[in-house]
Design a protein around this ligand. Structure first.
Ligand code: BGC
Length: 805
C-alpha cells in the first residue's frame, strides 16, 4: 500500500466514513490525519458548481460557467483534438471553481434513440465514443482535475434507471458496452470512473466484481477510484469488496456502520477496506496537491470562442439541394421559429449549466451580410397551435427569397430521468412547416435536438443543418455556416432512421419489468441497419460539405491503411474519413461492418493529402465466449474507407491467421444472430446466446427496498397508493410546465433505499425497511420500525460522530 503511514493511524470508524461522501459533493476530511476533502461537480458540458449549499437536484443555482455543446453534439465533429481542447477548458474552469473531480464525460451507448440521456452520450458506436471520451479525459486531467467517465456500465435506459437489471451476453458486454470505457481508461488514463445505477446481469454495477475488479482494474490496469453514481450504492460493503471506493452522495454514517459490521462479521475483509482507502487517499492527496496555488477565474470570452468553434465543427449539413447554402451575400431572408429567439442549446438534468452568456440567432443575425425581411416565432413552444403567430410567419415567408426555419425538440422532449416514447418533433412545428412550404420553396431548416428524430418532413427543405444542442455560442456558429464563413464538416455519430419501428431494440426497449434484455446483442445502430439491410434516412458517419472530396490509392499493410484524399471543390474544408472492417463469410457471427478507425483531414481547395489510419488491438478482435478472451478469426478481412458507413469509397484487404481453433457458437442454434435479423429473438435463442436461462425479471408484487417509488402504484397500503397519486400529480404538473423537473423525475424513479442513501444520515436503512413494511400494508409494524429506527439512528450517529471528531 502506498499510504500505509496514514492508514496505520486510521481507526475503523475513520476508514469506513472516508469511503462515503460527506455532504452532496465532498469527501470526508480528517484534520488529525492531514486528510483534506475533495470536491466533485457535474458536468460534462460545463461546470455545475452550486453557489450555495449543494443539493443533487440543482435547487440552488450554479456558478456561471461556459456551456459547451453536449457530448452528442461534439461527437459529430469526430475531432479528438477538439475534444481535448474542450476538456482542457473544462478542467481549467473546474480548477478555478475549486472542483477536483469533474463528473463526466458520459459515454453510454445509444442502444435506442429513445434514451432520455442520449444528448449527453457520444455515439451508438463504442470506438467513436471511446476515442472522444478519452480526448476529454486527457484534456480535463491535464489541468490537475480528475475526469470521471460515466456510467459504468450498460446504463442505456432512464426509465427506472435505479431499479433495472441489464441482461446481456458477455460478448455484447465487452464489444459494445465496455469498449468505449476501455479506451477512456487505457488511452485517456482516466483516474476515476462512475459506477452506474443499474444491475448488470443480476449484480449492481457498484457491487459487480466482474466489472470493477476483473475487467476495470485487472484487464485494463485502472489504478484510480470508483465513485458511485449519486444514490447508486445498494450495499457499500459489497461495493468495497468488488472494487468500489467512494459511495456518493451523502449516506450519512449508517452506511459506514454497515461497512464496519460487514468487516466484523467477516462478510468482507479488512484488506479490502484498506485497499480502497489507500486508492482513495492517493486521489485525495494528489488532487489537493494539484489545487495548491490554483488560479481563480478564467477568461470567459476566450472560452466562449472555444465553445463557438466546437459548435461550428459539430454541425452536420444533411441536405443542400441546388447548393442553396451558403447563403449569397445580401440574401433576403425571413427568420422563423421560436428557437431563433429562445435557443435550445443544452440538455436537462444533472448536466444543466448556468452559462456565462447565451447567443441567439435573433440578436446575432444583424452582424451578417443578409437582408432580414423580418423575424417571427412562428409556433409556440408549448405545442399548441397559435394562429396569429403562424399568420405572421407565413406573411414574412412570402416576402423573402429564403426562409430560415429554426425548429426541433422542445425542452420537455428529452431529459435525464425519463425516456422518450417517440421520435417526433411537435406537430405544431410540422404544421407550420407544411404551410411555409406552400408559400416559399426555398426553405432551409436548422434543427436543435439532442437525439435522433424522425424526419418524414425532410423533403420540404432544400437544405437541412442539424445542430444538435450546440452550447452557449451556438447561434454565431450556426450563422457562420449558413453564410459560408465556416464550411460544415460534422458527420453523424448516430444513424437517423426513417421510423422508430426500424430500430433494433424496438421490441425490447425500455424494459417492461425489472430486466432489460439486450436481445439485439451486437446489432446496435448501423451494425444492425447494414447487416439486416434496413434503409435509414441519413446513415451513421454521413454529413455534407460545401466542397467535395475524392478518395484514391488505397494501400493496406500489416500495420494499417493509407490512401489519398483530394479536395476537388473551390472551398477549403475538412473531411472525416472512416475505416470500417468486415469479414465476409465469417464463422463467428458479426455485423456486416464495424468502425475501427477514423481521421479528420483539413484540406485547402485543390489540396491532396495522404492519410494513414493505423490498426490497433481492436481492429480484428472479437470476444470469444468459449476461450473467454479476445480472439481473431482467420480470413481475408475487407478494409473499407468510407465517407460514411453507407458511402464506401475504397476497399482493400488483409488476411489474418486465427488465434484459436475453438469456435464459440454452433451456427444452427443462433440463426437469427447469424442473419442479423434480431427484431424478434425467441427465448430459446436468447438463452443460447446468454449461455444460461433468462433470469426471471417479473416483479413479485411485494415492494422491496430496491423498488422504485413509482411502483407504489401497486402498493397494498392505501396511504402509499395515495402517495403515488400525489407524486404522479406533481410530475404531471411539472411536465405541463414544459421544462423537465429533475427533482420530481428523480424521486419518481428512485428506489426506497435512496431515502437512506441521500439524506445525510437523517434516514437509516432500518427506517427505510419500516417505510417498505408500511407500503406493503403493515401500517403499525412499519410505523413502529420507522419511529424506533429514528431514535436508534440519531443515537448511533451521535456516538459515531464522537469517534471521528
Ligand atoms: C447522474 C450523474 C450525475 C450525478 C450527480 C446522477 O443522478 O446520473 O450523471 O453525475 O447525478 O449530479
Amino acid at each position: 500500500m502506498k499510504h500505509n503511514d496514514i492508514i496505520s493511524k486510521m481507526t475503523i470508524e475513520e476508514k469506513a466514513a472516508f469511503l462515503n461522501g460527506k455532504g452532496e459533493w465532498q469527501t470526508w476530511d480528517f484534520e488529525r490525519l492531514g486528510i483534506p476533502s475533495i470536491f466533485c461537480s457535474d458536468g460534462p458540458h460545463g461546470i455545475r458548481k452550486q453557489a450555495g449549499a449543494g443539493d443533487h437536484l440543482g435547487l440552488n443555482e450554479s456558478l456561471p460557467a461556459t456551456c459547451f455543446p453536449t457530448a452528442a453534439t461534439i461527437a459529430n465533429s469526430w475531432d479528438e483534438e477538439l475534444g481535448q481542447t474542450i476538456g482542457e477548458t473544462l478542467g481549467e474552469e473546474a480548477m478555478a471553481e475549486g472542483v477536483n473531480v469533474l463528473l463526466g464525460p458520459g459515454l453510454n451507448i445509444k442502444r435506442s434513440p429513445l434514451c432520455g440521456r442520449n444528448f449527453e452520450y457520444f455515439s451508438e458506436d463504442p470506438y467513436l465514443a471511446g476515442k472522444m471520451a478519452a480526448s476529454y479525459v486527457r484534456g480535463i486531467q491535464s489541468q490537475g482535475v480528475y475526469a470521471c467517465p460515466k456510467h459504468f456500465a450498460v446504463n442505456s435506459q432512464e426509465l427506472r434507471r435505479m431499479a433495472m437489471n441489464a441482461v446481456l451476453d458477455e460478448r455484447t458486454l465487452r464489444e459494445i458496452y465496455l469498449t468505449g470505457f476501455e479506451i477512456a481508461v487505457k488511452e485517456g488514463n482516466a483516474k476515476t470512473i462512475m459506477s452506474a445505477y443499474n444491475e448488470v446481469n443480476g449484480t449492481y454495477a457498484n457491487e459487480n466484481k466482474h466489472l470493477l475488479t476483473d475487467i476495470l482494474r485487472k484487464d485494463w490496469g485502472f489504478d484510480g477510484i470508483v465513485i458511485t453514481d449519486w444514490g447508486a450504492s445498494n450495499d457499500h460493503a459489497l461495493g468495497v469488496a468488488a472494487g468500489s471506493n467512494l459511495e456518493m452522495p451523502n449516506p450519512g454514517l449508517d452506511s459506514a456502520r454497515e461497512l464496519i459490521a460487514a468487516v466484523e462479521s467477516g462478510k468482507i475483509s479488512m484488506d479490502d477496506v484498506d485497499a480502497r482507502v489507500d486508492e482513495l487517499l492517493d486521489a485525495v492527496l494528489t488532487l489537493s496537491e494539484n489545487a495548491k496555488g490554483k488560479k481563480d477565474g478564467f477568461d470567459k470570452n476566450a472560452h466562449h470562442q472555444i465553445a463557438r468553434r466546437a459548435a461550428a465543427e459539430s454541425a452536420i449539413l444533411l441536405k443542400n439541394e441546388d447548393s442553396i447554402l451558403p447563403l449569397k451575400p445580401g440574401a433576403k431572408v425571413a427568420v422563423i421559429g421560436d428557437f431563433a429567439f429562445v435557443p435550445r442549446y443544452q440538455g436537462a438534468g444533472s448536466s444543466l449549466v448556468n452559462p456565462t452568456k447565451v447567443e441567439t440567432i435573433s440578436e446575432m443575425i444583424g452582424n451578417y451580410d443578409l437582408q432580414v425581411v423580418g423575424m417571427s416565432r412562428g409556433y409556440s413552444r408549448n405545442g399548441k397551435e397559435d394562429a396569429e403567430t403562424k399568420k405572421e410567419a407565413l406573411d414574412l415567408a412570402a416576402k423573402a427569397d429564403v426562409i430560415l426555419f429554426f425548429f426541433g425538440l422542445n425542452e420537455d422532449s428529452e431529459s435525464e430521468g425519463m425516456d422518450r416514447t417517440h421520435m417526433r418533433i411537435p406537430q405544431n412545428q410540422i404544421n407550420l412547416l407544411q404551410e411555409l412550404g406552400q408559400v416559399n420553396a426555398n426553405l432551409i431548416g436548422v434543427i436543435s435536438a439532442g437525439s435522433a428524430i424522425e424526419m418524414p418532413w425532410h423533403h420540404y427543405f432544400k437544405a437541412l443543418l442539424s445542430c444538435y444542442l450546440n452550447g452557449q455560442a451556438g447561434a454565431g456558429a450556426t450563422l457562420d455556416i449558413l453564410t459560408g464563413s465556416v464550411n460544415p464538416s460534422g458527420k453523424l455519430s448516430e444513424s437517423m432512421v426513417r421510423r422508430l419501428e426500424d430500430t433494433p431494440a424496438y421490441r425490447y426497449y425500455p424494459s417492461q419489468q425489472r430486466n432489460s434484455e439486450y436481445r439485439e446483442s451486437l446489432y446496435v445502430g448501423y451494425r444492425y441497419y447494414d447487416t439486416a439491410n434496413v434503409p435509414v434516412l441519413y446513415p451513421f458517419g454521413f454529413g455534407l460539405s460545401y466542397t467535395s472530396f475524392e478518395y484514391s490509392d488505397i494501400k493496406v499493410d500489416e500495420d494499417g491503411v493509407s490512401f489519398a484524399i483530394k479536395n476537388t471543390g473551390n472551398l477549403d474544408g475538412a473531411e472525416i474519413a472512416q475505416m470500417y472492417v468486415s469479414l465476409p463469410g465469417a464463422k463467428v457471427f458479426r455485423p456486416e461492418k464495424e468502425l475501427k478507425g477514423f481521421a479528420k483531414v483539413f484540406l485547402k481547395a485543390g489540396e491532396s493529402k495522404t492519410v494513414r489510419i493505423a490498426f490497433d488491438d481492436k481492429t480484428f478482435r472479437y470476444w470469444n465466449v468459449k476461450t473467454n478472451t479476445w480472439e481473431v478469426e482467420a480470413g481475408a478481412y475487407s478494409i473499407m474507407i468510407g465517407s460514411s458507413s453507407k458511402d464506401i469509397r475504397l476497399t482493400g484487404s488483409i488476411s489474418k491467421a486465427e488465434t484459436t481453433k475453438e469456435l464459440p457458437y454452433e451456427k444452427d442454434k443462433l440463426p437469427s444472430y447469424y442473419a442479423g435479423k434480431i427484431e424478434n429473438i425467441s427465448d430459446a435463442e436468447f438463452e443460447v446466446l446468454l449461455g444460461r436461462p433468462i433470469p426471471d425479471g417479473s416483479w413479485s408484487g411485494k415492494l422491496s427496498r430496491n423498488d422504485a417509488l413509482c411502483q407504489m402504484y401497486y402498493a397494498k397500503s392505501g396511504l402509499a397508493r395515495f402517495a403515488y397519486k400525489r407524486l404522479t400529480a406533481i410530475k404531471k404538473k411539472a411536465d405541463e410546465k414544459g421544462t423537465p423537473d429533475l427533482n420530481t423525475l428523480f424521486v419518481y424513479n428512485m428506489p426506497f433505499r435512496a431515502m437512506a442513501k441521500m439524506t445525510n444520515g437523517a434516514v437509516s436503512m432500518e427506517m427505510v425497511d419500516g417505510i417498505v413494511k408500511l407500503v406493503n400494508g403493515s401500517f403499525f409494524g412499519g410505523l413502529g420500525t420507522i419511529i424506533g429506527g429514528y431514535f436508534r439512528n440519531s443515537k448511533k450517529n451521535k456516538a459515531y460522530e464522537g469517534k471521528i471528531k
